[in-house]
Design a protein around this ligand. Structure first.
Ligand code: GDP
Length: 528
């Protein structure tokens, strides 16, 4: 096997999806702990706190108890290299999350045992389904009373429409929690709060028939467990690698993140069965990870990550080949070469300079606005990865400036912040308005806050008569010109200077569409 093929096959790139409060942050922390990336529990929170100190706008995030930044954490585990891409938790940042999910090969779904399948989980699951992303499930907070495990599996199957294959099964719950049985290996892992940080630090029985188990969990509990396991094995599906990889079946684990319990069986199973980087579609062909030329695409841009440097970092997922520091790449959208000097890697401890990266890895590229979300990088081939969506915003506001002399700053701020993809910025053809579109109302507050904090601009957002936006595509230049003339009042340019129709009402949109033959109105702008 070539270097690239073997490095690629040991990558596991995934994201955690969950409803806020289900325990994503806690679980992330434990996974990093197993990866040896952090020394002590609490470091993720510690890191969060340190970041708050260096970047003021995150005070807003803290105030509201939400996480608006996502990052990438890489750690080694059992001969594999795991890349965990964090997704922002709040519903208003959904678009960003969607795009992170285009950059992973699988996902881990965390469910609160007491709450079951929640609304945000349902939405995220729909996104995973678009690409048949394989999903493992961790049912969390077993140290508390919750729903009956069999009912929970039933809920996942009916609400989320995916077959469940329990891999571990809980012995008791809440005060009565004794451990989990591994249905594939047969092992019994005892629940001992404060332990379980390594296999050596855990009490593991080879099977439910092992001597000594009854003393630990009690005769009655063991008898009940035998009955329950019979029921479970009769009623549920055995793990099927192919069904999991096709996104039709989810292996299910039970545990308690905060107590570090049930996490290691999950991680062990994950690195063994989760898919390595897969081939990816481009406009012209499928790119396989083991190809020797570097390709990758940008799924996220974050402005001002480091307030000292005012930089913008483009997060690129490597899809094939090998990245080496300082290498020259080709940027098909602009047709220009781009040298990737000082690219960042995201080892969990901190971001540092990348010497090399392989398929599945993410590198951070500094840039000053030349890179957009969805951009492809190659070593010269003119291709573009497909499937990175830019959704039509659903809410619109006009930016209102308190100090008119700051107009330039306002434009710059709006343009740069919308490069991150959470908001979109429109300049109507016929007026000097600056219109911001978003999928959630909270984003306007975030933008106003960041404009002030990062650009020194005092702006507010006021209602504007726009109901929806559609990207205009037209092959024929004459038709397009006529359309432009006729609808100039409703047309605008987005941050990438693409023509957009801003419809004041749904009815208006419908009429315009019916009357404009040969013109396409697109609800998403797929970056190409
Ligand atoms: P996130 O919003 O999904 O990132 O959730 P967090 O990891 O911040 O957890 C939300 C809350 O649930 C926090 O107070 C955690 O301490 C708590 N929590 C996480 N895991 C467990 C668990 O296994 N048991 C219990 N009882 N609480 C937990």
């Amino acid at each position: 096997m070539s270097d690239i093929a073997s490095e690629s096959s040991r990558r596991r790139t995934f994201a955690i999806i969950s409803h806020p409060d289900a325990g994503k942050t806690t679980l992330t922390e434990k996974l990093l702990l197993f990866g040896g990336a952090i020394q002590m529990a609490g470091s993720v929170k510690g890191r969060k706190a340190a970041r708050h100190a260096t970047s003021d706008w995150m005070a807003l995030e803290k105030e509201r108890g939400i996480s608006v930044t996502s990052s990438v954490m890489q750690f080694p585990y059992e001969g594999r290299v795991v890349n965990l891409l964090d997704t922002p938790g709040h519903a208003d940042f959904g678009e960003d999350t969607y795009r992170v999910l285009t950059a992973v090969d699988s996902a881990l779904m965390v469910i609160d045992v007491a709450k079951g399948v929640e609304e945000r989980t349902i939405k995220l699951m729909e996104v995973c389904r678009l690409r048949d992303t394989p999903i493992m499930t961790f049912i969390n907070k077993l140290d508390r009373e919750g729903k009956d495990p069999i009912d929970l599996l039933d809920e996942v199957e009916t609400v989320l429409g995916i077959q469940c294959a329990p891999v571990t099964w809980p012995i008791g719950m809440g005060q009565r929690l004794k451990g989990v049985v591994h249905l594939v290996t047969g092992e019994v892992h005892l629940y001992e709060p404060g332990r379980n940080f390594t296999r050596q630090d855990s009490t593991i029985f080879p099977s439910i028939d092992a001597p000594g188990l009854a003393e630990k969990i009690g005769e009655k509990m063991l008898a009940d467990l035998r009955d329950e396991l019979e029921l479970v094995q009769g009623a549920s599906h055995p793990f099927d690698l192919e069904a999991y990889r096709a996104g039709r079946q989810t292996p299910v684990f039970f545990g308690s993140g905060v107590n570090n319990f049930g996490v290691q069986p999950l991680l062990d199973f994950f690195v063994e069965h989760a898919p390595p980087p897969q081939p990816r579609e481009t406009t012209t062909r499928k790119v396989a990870p083991q190809e020797d030329k570097l390709t990758g695409f940008v799924f996220k841009i974050q402005a001002n990550m480091d307030p000292m440097h005012r930089d913008r970092v483009a997060f690129m997922r490597v899809c094939s080949g090998r990245f080496e520091a300082g290498m020259k790449t080709f940027h098909p959208r602009t047709g220009k070469p781009l040298k990737l000097a000082n690219a960042l890697t995201f080892m969990a401890s901190d971001r540092e300079i990348a010497a090399e990266a392989y398929p599945g890895d993410v590198i951070g590229i500094h840039n000053h606005g030349t890179i957009s979300i969805g951009d492809t990088f190659t070593e010269g081939e003119n291709i573009a990865f497909t499937g990175i969506p830019n959704f039509a915003p659903e809410l619109f506001r006009r930016a209102r400036l308190r100090d008119p002399l700051k107009l330039k700053q306002l434009q710059k701020g709006l343009a740069q912040l919308s490069e991150e993809g959470a908001t979109q910025f429109f300049k109507p053809l016929m007026s000097n308005d600056l219109i911001l579109g978003a999928v959630g109302v909270l984003q306007f507050d975030v933008v106003a806050y960041r404009l002030k904090d990062e650009y020194g601009v005092d702006a507010s957002f006021e209602p504007v008569q726009v109901n929806t936006a559609r990207w205009i595509r037209c092959k024929d230049a004459k038709t397009l010109e006529a359309f432009r003339d006729k609808h100039a009042m409703n047309l605008a340019l987005d941050a990438a200077d693409q023509l957009v129709y801003l419809a004041p009402t749904r009815v208006n949109l419908q009429l315009a569409q019916e009357r404009a033959e040969g013109v396409d109105f697109l609800a998403t702008r797929e970056h190409a």
